[in-house]
Design a protein around this ligand. Structure first.
Ligand code: TRP
Length: 374
């Protein structure tokens, strides 16, 4: 099999998550940690129950601090690209919204509108500026509390962030970023500096409030590299290292690989119409079924390999009992691939209908979310 690869801009092959834990040096999420979280939240989010969030850094420390009365804030982000927001992006954001509610936590959300400009050939700053505001609507639509949520847009908040980015940047060498990201000599110098900008929101609330505040970053595991590099710097500047909790990737429609905005046939976007969703799932969603219905009835399907089933498990069917029934029926062959796809299409479209309504309402709220300097 092709060796898998996970970097902030490239995910290839069938990802082996236990190997990734070893390579990245994170800790798996175990039952002891889950019950510790549950003590505070009363129930466990389905993404925790189902190990969609599968590893972490320093969660035990974060809970120690919380139990001492030292409240944490949340931080995550989104770099706008040409493709827009897809279902895979929503995983850490939905989870973060739940954490905000359960822990009454502030949320700092970064929109590095320079990132994709620096990292890809074919997008201008004018385009990322525009699509950043569109993506922000998806974040608001998930239900974050406007009084406790602050959006940082890198080119707009540059004056606030730059000083601290410089402090971080001074402590990271070229050889470190080369080794961590695999940069070659043709990397532009903006790419080399970028990690410093992504580090800033993890310390900015501590800077502004003039006291150290713990930070928790929910993220897709591909983003870990930026923080692997910058976490070590933070204590040197007098701040806590942020805790991190990592989610696995929502699979793309086709076999292997994550959902990716740059391949429109691999992704379901938050602005897709019911017809788009239906045709993408029917045409492209990789199935764990057998070649013919007769064979399927006889041998049964493989829900673990089936992309539609994974969308239900990771995002859309939050009821464990219903999910289990679908799993068993598909595995036994009682449920056909066409039936499973129909359930998935219906679930996605019901979700998107609500989401798109809230997304439009969010246009009026946007200004309230953008951080205003005091
Ligand atoms: N680099 C991320 C992206 O490509 C955006 C981002 C900024 C981010 N800050 C973050 C992601 C913090 C996770 C956590 O979309």
């Amino acid at each position: 099999m092709e060796k898998f690869k996970v970097t902030p801009w490239d995910v290839k092959g069938a990802v082996d998550y236990s190997k990734l834990i070893k390579e990245f040096g994170t800790e798996p999420i175990n039952d002891a940690l889950l019950s510790r979280i549950k003590k505070h939240t009363k129930e466990l989010h389905f993404m925790l129950r189902r190990k969609i969030f599968f590893c972490h850094r320093d969660m035990s420390w974060l809970l120690d601090e919380h139990e001492k009365g030292n409240k944490f804030f949340l931080y995550t982000g989104r770099a706008s690209s040409k493709g827009g927001v897809h279902l895979g992006h929503l995983i850490p954001w939905m989870f973060a919204q739940w954490m905000q509610e359960k822990f009454d936590a502030e949320m700092w959300f970064q929109f590095p509108d320079e990132e994709k400009f620096l990292f890809s050939k074919d997008i201008s700053l004018e385009e990322t500026e525009k699509s950043t505001l569109e993506d922000a609507l998806d974040v608001i639509a998930l239900g974050f509390d406007s009084k406790k949520t602050h959006f940082l847009i890198d080119t707009k908040h540059a004056g606030l962030m730059y000083k601290h980015a410089c402090r971080v940047a001074k402590k990271i060498t070229l050889s470190t970023v080369k080794a961590s990201f695999g940069f070659e000599n043709d990397a532009n110098i903006g790419m080399i500096f970028y990690t410093a900008m992504q580090a800033v929101p993890a310390i900015l609330p501590s800077v502004l409030k003039e006291k150290n505040i713990p930070c928790l970053i929910p993220l897709g595991v591909d983003q870990d590299t930026h923080f692997r590099v910058s976490r070590d710097v933070m204590p040197k500047l007098g701040y806590y290292k942020p805790a991190i909790i990592h989610n696995i990737f929502l699979p793309g429609l086709k076999e292997n690989g994550k959902m990716s905005a740059s391949d429109t046939n691999s992704a379901i976007f938050t602005t897709d119409s019911p017809k788009d969703v239906e045709s993408k799932i029917k045409k492209y969603a990789f199935s764990g079924g057998q070649a013919s219905v007769e064979e399927h009835k006889k041998k049964g399907g493989n829900p673990d390999a089936d992309v539609s089933y994974q969308y239900l498990r990771m995002l859309l069917e939050q009821d464990d009992k219903k999910l289990e029934k679908i799993y068993n029926d598909y595995k036994s062959g009682k449920m056909t691939t066409a039936e499973l796809k129909d359930i998935t299409i219906e679930k996605i479209n019901a979700f998107l209908k609500e989401h798109q309504k809230k997304r439009e309402q969010a246009r009026k709220q946007l200004d309230r979310f953008i951080y205003k300097e005091k």
